[in-house]
Design a binder for this molecule. Structure first.
Ligand code: FAD
Length: 376
């Protein structure tokens, strides 16, 4: 890919993904229960080879997958992304035993993964997490709570970040692979505006051993941040896919809808809004692709680019989906309408994996660090 356009084979792959999402995934998503893990949908994502692709894809491929699926089936996109988020730490840091036990089942959709970092007292400030890992014989006992965990409480295993060294901030956190059937682990589903499954987890002296550690003790924060760095531009890609779906629906609707002796598209106040939606969506897409390409090239400025891409794309998608709702009128708000679904789906990405304000903080920090370096 150049900085500005996809190669023909990449564009063809995106078209194929959109077609698969519309034909094979959309019907399964429609049969799923809101707020519940959709196992038939995951199994189909597995059969199509898309979950396995999570483990070979670079950041750009991940973005193309997420954008393309989101355009035709946001539920499938989210199911895929959550498998990636929960299982990437196992792929990147797991022992041969952990990888052999879990990754083939994640790839065929048989095992559901989840990434458990946030806590009631530690969200944006993740380094303040307090879930205690207290030494017990050869291992530890986990005691505390996690909340807002996608796929909880139905996941089959959780990547859990716990405090092994009190008072050490980011340097005292360990990542554990915790199977859902460990004694003392409980969970409750939370009802959210966001349509995908989310829950809270309780840990009552849950036993873990050295065989459950992902990476090294006290080095778990780097496991979490490495995963989020890979996924951050792709949250932007998800947002771009939703914006494109909203834009396509709006073009189709305003071409047909009759009002005031003409079509809505004939009103310049309408067509200029559609143009603005397209303009902002394309700008966000280019920034997402540029950030992903920089990640894959190992560029030095990835944190700044990834933060900019996630921030611009998620804020843009909110604007585009909201404008699409406005231009559709009442029908967009009817339960089951594409835009009713997107309106609920588009809000959360401005909060998770680093809220918009946190992304601005990263961008500013990088700018001043560069200025400091140039002055020396
Ligand atoms: C749909 C959904 C799915 C989620 N899935 C997961 C998951 O799978 N795993 C997981 O671990 N977590 C998950 N989360 C949790 C998510 O990561 C947290 O909500 C996020 O980190 C923000 O934390 P918080 O909600 O506690 O908000 P807080 O940290 O309390 O922040 C509240 C607000 O304060 C402002 N703010 C915070 N920090 C700053 C700052 N530095 N500068 C300026 N303003 C600031 C922002 O406006 C922010 O939105 C999910 C959340 C949602 C909504």
């Amino acid at each position: 890919m150049s900085a500005f356009s996809l190669r023909p084979e990449q564009s063809a792959w995106c078209a194929e993904l959109r077609d698969l999402a519309a034909r094979r995934l959309r019907p399964l998503a429609d049969r799923g229960a809101p707020g519940r893990v959709n196992r038939p949908l995951l199994a189909e994502l597995g059969r199509l080879g898309l979950l396995a692709r999570l483990f070979s894809a670079g950041a750009l491929d991940l973005c193309l997958m997420r954008e393309s699926l989101a355009q035709a089936c946001a539920e499938a996109e989210t199911a895929l992304a959550l498998q990636g988020l929960g299982a990437h730490p196992v792929h990147a840091h797991g022992t041969p035993d952990q990888r052999a036990r879990w990754l083939p089942r994640v790839a065929d959709g048989g095992a559901v993964a989840a990434f458990a970092l946030s806590e009631p007292g530690a969200g944006s400030d993740a380094a303040a997490l307090a879930l205690a890992a207290e030494p017990d014989g050869d291992g530890w006992r986990l005691t505390g709570a996690k909340c807002w965990i996608s796929n909880a409480p139905e996941a089959d295993f959780y990547t859990v970040f716990a405090r092994t060294t009190p008072g050490a901030g980011a340097r005292g956190v360990t990542a554990f692979l915790v199977p859902a059937d460990r004694p003392g682990l409980t969970g409750d589903a939370l009802e959210m505006i966001s349509p995908h499954p989310i829950g809270a987890l309780g840990f009552d002296a849950v036993p873990v051993t050295a065989a459950d550690v992902l990476g090294e003790p006290d080095r778990g924060f780097a496991v979490a941040m490495g995963t989020l760095n890979l996924f951050r531009p792709s949250v932007g890609a998800f947002a771009v896919g939703m914006a494109q779906a909203a834009l396509d629906a709006t073009v189709a609707h305003t071409r047909r809808r009759e009002a005031f002796h003409g079509r809505l598209m004939d009103l310049q106040a309408v067509s200029h809004q559609v143009a603005e939606m397209a303009l902002r969506t394309e700008a966000a897409r280019l920034m997402v692709y540029a950030a992903a390409a920089a990640h894959d090239a190992g560029a030095a400025d990835v944190p700044r680019r990834a933060a900019m891409a996630k921030l611009l794309a998620t804020e843009t998608a909110q604007y585009v989906v909201d404008t699409a709702v406005q231009l559709h009128g009442a029908r967009a708000l009817r339960r089951g309408h594409l835009l009713e679904h997107l309106y609920r789906e588009v809000r959360a990405p401005r909060i998770y994996e680093g809220a918009s304000e946190v992304q601005r903080g990263i961008i500013a920090k990088e700018l001043y660090a560069t200025a400091d370096k140039e002055e020396q």
